[in-house]
Design a protein. Structure first.
Length: 69
């Protein structure tokens, strides 16, 4: 790619980044009040642990099978 093309692409990226920064804008007043808390949920720690262990066993099984062949 020629240097002129790289300069044009870099200039366009800088302009786009500046638009994103301006679009985010800060609030001029105090922050809005917090909403009501969400509904209580079920803990996912037990199922996640089981899924990770099952995934590890499956990965080890596939890896060993791959090296056997």
């Amino acid at each position: 790619m020629r240097i002129q093309n790289k300069n044009i692409i870099a200039s366009i990226l800088f302009v786009l980044i500046s638009f994103v920064c301006i679009g985010q804008g800060g609030t001029t007043g105090p922050p809005p009040p917090a909403g009501p808390p969400g509904p209580p949920g079920l803990p996912i720690d037990g199922a996640t642990t089981i899924a990770v262990i099952a995934g590890l066993f499956y990965g080890i099984k596939k890896t060993l099978k791959h090296y056997k062949d």
